[in-house]
Design a protein around this ligand. Structure first.
Ligand SMILES: [Zn+2]
Length: 150
């Protein structure tokens, strides 16, 4: 892109004023961009904190009363809040399982409670059953060992 052309003022005073304004505008470009980045980072940290609290709130309700599962955070909120795992249990055979939320294909609007009817127990599927999953807790990622089952 060609540099923007500013017509040179006739008077020396005006030329000096123009030069000063240009210097100031170029300095402000950088300062304002930095301020935008700072505010964005602070905002993202606050959103992460809100997502964390939303997950904790859901966990407390599930622990205390076992439901209702709706409302729940979205999958993206859970991951952003540091709770990338969902602990579930098959409602039929009671087999527990931890599900990696980040590995699930999902839309941005999918909520954790929407997964109840979508997550299938493999054991029961082999027996030709499709029982819904009981949702238990959202959990932070945990360390896994080779060969460990999901
Ligand atoms: Zn089952």
């Amino acid at each position: 892109m060609a540099p923007k052309f500013h017509p040179t003022p006739l008077s020396g005073g005006d030329r000096k004023a123009l030069s000063k304004e240009l210097t100031k505008a170029r300095a402000m470009t950088k300062i304002l961009a930095e301020r935008a980045a700072e505010k964005r980072a602070a905002g993202e940290a606050l959103i992460r904190e809100a997502d964390d609290f939303a997950c904790q709130s859901w966990n407390e309700r599930m622990w205390a009363d076992g439901g209702p599962i709706d409302p729940s955070p979205t999958i993206d909120q859970a991951i952003n809040g540091g709770y990338a795992w969902l602990e579930i249990r098959c409602s039929r055979c009671k087999t527990p399982r931890s599900v990696d939320l980040a590995a699930l294909p999902h839309a941005a609007t999918t909520c954790v409670h929407d997964l109840s009817s979508r997550l299938r127990c493999l054991k029961c599927a082999r027996a030709g059953k499709r029982p819904p999953a009981e949702l238990h807790q959202l959990a932070p990622p945990r360390r896994r060992y080779p060969g460990e089952d999901e």
